[in-house]
Design a binder for this molecule. Structure first.
Ligand SMILES: [Zn+2]
Length: 270
């Protein structure tokens, strides 16, 4: 069940290949694909896979949550400086992180049978916005038409697991469309009271666009009625951003190159 023991399926293969590329000696810096400047000399943390100046995972104790967590990461989302998928997974005993584009079913993605996928929530914003719906809730269940589900509380109470899509907007969209089984799950969107703590480090095209760790914090703490989950995860994220800013202040070459603008080109202003 943990991310260090992945089955050698398609997603594992992608991950292994990527890891090999990243751990090559720095004498071949031009092959670094993750946006980290080639002058990077810092070793990588084996747990969160961040360059050690950015690592905050040392003090992380896995939380015993009631819900399962499955994080599906787009293979091109390998932002080791500012990404949060691995750090999020390290926070939970019941977390699985998979890297890939498509899986035939939720069970295959998770690596174990799932009796009722409708009891799994998938966070996918798409064109839906909580602010357009008649709700003030921060976690909102919607139907296939993007409308508010009736019986929000009953639906959310029944949820057994959560799927998060880790990547840019276009990458999350690709994961959504390539995995038809997600339509059997309960789609949720977020209406966060606070915008992402990334601030200017990563331009989010929407106010409800959160990092993976912030989304996990909000959803699991809400669905389990455990504010401590949000406190722990948000503290780790704040620590990660602090560490990042300090490290880049000291050594500007550690900063990743800006993300390509095309990730955002199709976003329409609200
Ligand atoms: Zn680490």
């Amino acid at each position: 069940m943990d991310l260090r023991r992945q089955t050698p399926d398609h997603s594992g293969a992608v991950e292994a290949r990527d890891r090999a590329a990243y751990s090559r000696p720095m004498s071949r810096p031009s092959e670094a694909k993750d946006g980290i400047a080639p002058t990077l000399a810092a070793p990588e943390c084996p747990h969160c896979r961040k360059p050690t100046p950015f690592c905050v995972c040392e003090g992380v104790k896995p939380i015993e949550s009631r819900l399962d967590l499955l994080i599906l990461q787009h293979p091109q989302e390998q932002d080791r400086a500012l990404g949060t998928a691995r750090l999020t997974a390290l926070h939970f005993e019941r977390a699985v992180l998979k890297i890939g584009l498509s899986w035939p079913s939720l069970s295959k993605a998770l690596g174990r049978p799932v009796a009722d996928p409708s009891r799994w929530a998938v966070l996918y914003l798409g064109s839906a916005k909580a602010t357009d719906l008649d709700t003030t809730e921060e976690v909102v269940a919607i139907n296939r038409k993007g409308e508010l589900e009736e019986h929000q509380r009953a639906i959310l109470r029944e949820i057994e697991g959560v799927v998060l899509l880790d990547g840019t907007w276009s990458q999350a969209k690709a994961l959504w469309w390539r995995n038809a089984w997600m339509l059997k799950c309960q789609r949720i969107i977020l209406g966060p009271a606070q915008p992402s703590r990334y601030g200017k480090l990563r331009r989010e095209p929407r106010r409800d666009g959160l990092s993976t760790i912030e989304a996990a914090a909000l959803i699991l703490s809400r669905l389990e009625g455990r504010p401590d989950i949000a406190e722990t995860l948000n503290a780790s994220f704040a620590q990660m951003l602090k560490r990042y800013r300090e490290a880049v202040d000291e050594q500007p070459s550690l900063a990743p190159k800006p993300r390509p603008k095309r990730d955002y080109r199709r976003r329409r202003q609200a």
